[in-house]
Design a binder for this molecule. Structure first.
Ligand SMILES: *Cc1c(COP(=O)(O)O)cnc(C)c1O
Length: 378
């Protein structure tokens, strides 16, 4: 954190260019050592103001539908991959025009759309998402392999006679995990789908690889990539979202008021519900610079948002000094799954978006207001 917290709007997301470059360098080095390709999963991070930077390090984007595909096509301008649990007839021509790879969630979807893929003037590679029914995620909300999951073709539903025209397989079964999980997952993939993999050109390992976390075991990742490449003669793709932007951003907020109701409470100009919905959904407790756990320091506060939702509570934090209106707070690791998920519930404005540039310090990239709120409502 090397910017003046009073020199930026509040609330605002601040993405740090230097920290982002560090992550991108780490990702690029994996691609260079293994020959794999790495795509940005835009679902997790779509701040396209930094796509010209990301473009220098990664091979393209992965998209969850027509809008993300178009954003990646227009703003990144490299490979565009698109997967959705189901495609609509109406969107499909536009998806074709932006995409280099399209991954289908079922053989029924593949059969429905394959003529349209083949009739398109550009060669588009097609894949099937497979579901190995193996994952180590304990929370169902984030587990693509939980019972009755809608994601991917299980071995029972696999149709080897429908593979004509299919160039690759895709799996996505991880979330914030290390490469030991990947290694065990690949063993299951090989056991169940290895026979068919020899006919494929590529295998996409999906996202959930926490590659840029300090304790991530990159050697095991690289060994796993090379193993699959060499044994099956496939290109390997990774499509991390979180790992690209992990620990590269902050959310600056301001204390608006303090009050007491059985404990000290501070009302902030940022909302869990609108600006960091994962705090309520995951749920998790974001770090705040200079703050401790409740009662660890002398003054403990419960932080609430400016909405009328009772549960719009960010968490309890302690400080060495009492807080007062106007004090600024810096929430950590707020680049990924924040901007892409925020909303204007309760008429709360969206935080500004700021890039803390390497050479010139903070630059406000985008600010929001009444029109952004109004245009979504009718
Ligand atoms: C969410 C998702 C990703 C990115 O996951 P991260 O956890 O952000 O790395 C990649 N691919 C697919 C299919 C996804 O659904």
């Amino acid at each position: 954190m090397n910017f003046d917290v009073h020199a930026v709007p509040s609330p605002s997301y601040i993405v740090d260019e230097g920290l982002l470059i560090k992550n991108l360098e780490k990702l690029k080095s994996v691609a260079e050592r293994t020959g794999c390709k790495i795509l940005l999963a835009q679902k997790g991070f779509s701040m396209f103001a930094v796509y010209p930077l990301i473009r220098q390090y990664l091979d393209g984007v992965t998209s969850s539908g027509v809008l993300e595909a178009r954003l990646g096509y227009e703003e990144m301008g490299k490979e565009v991959h698109t997967y959705a649990p189901a495609f609509t007839e109406a969107d499909f021509d536009e998806i074709l025009s932006y995409s280099d790879h399209i991954v289908f969630n079922s053989f029924q979807q593949w059969n429905k759309f394959k003529e349209r893929v083949h009739n398109h003037p550009k060669k588009i590679e097609c894949g099937i998402r497979i579901n190995p029914e193996y994952s180590e995620i304990e929370v169902d909300m984030y587990n693509p392999c939980f019972t009755h999951s809608r994601f991917g073709v299980t071995l029972d539903n696999f149709e080897p006679d429908q593979l004509d025209g299919i160039d690759g397989f895709h799996f996505h079964t991880m979330c914030e995990q290390n490469s030991d999980t990947l290694e065990r997952t690949l063993q299951v993939i090989e056991q169940k789908f290895g026979n068919y993999l020899h006919q494929m050109k590529w295998l996409n390992f999906g996202g959930g690889h926490h590659i840029t976390r300090p304790d991530y075991d990159i050697e095991t990742l690289e060994r796993s990539i090379l193993h699959m490449k060499n044994k099956y003669d496939v290109d390997v793709y990774l499509e991390p979202g979180e790992a690209v932007a992990l620990n590269t951003g902050f959310l600056v907020a301001t204390v608006l008021d303090t009050l007491y109701n059985g404990m000290d409470i501070a009302i902030l100009d940022t909302s869990a519900s609108c600006h960091m919905p994962d705090v309520l959904e995951m749920p998790y407790r974001p770090e705040i610079i200079g703050a401790g756990l409740p009662n660890e320091k002398a003054y403990t506060y419960r932080f609430g948002g400016p909405t009328c939702l009772s549960g719009d509570v960010i968490g309890d934090y302690s400080f060495d000094h009492p807080l007062k209106p106007g004090d600024r707070l810096i929430f950590c690791d707020m680049a990924h799954y924040s901007m892409v998920k925020n909303n204007t519930f309760n008429g709360i404005n969206l935080p500004s978006i700021v890039l803390n540039t390497l050479h010139d310090g903070p630059k406000v990239v985008q600010q929001f207001g009444y029109d952004d709120f109004k245009n979504r409502l009718s």
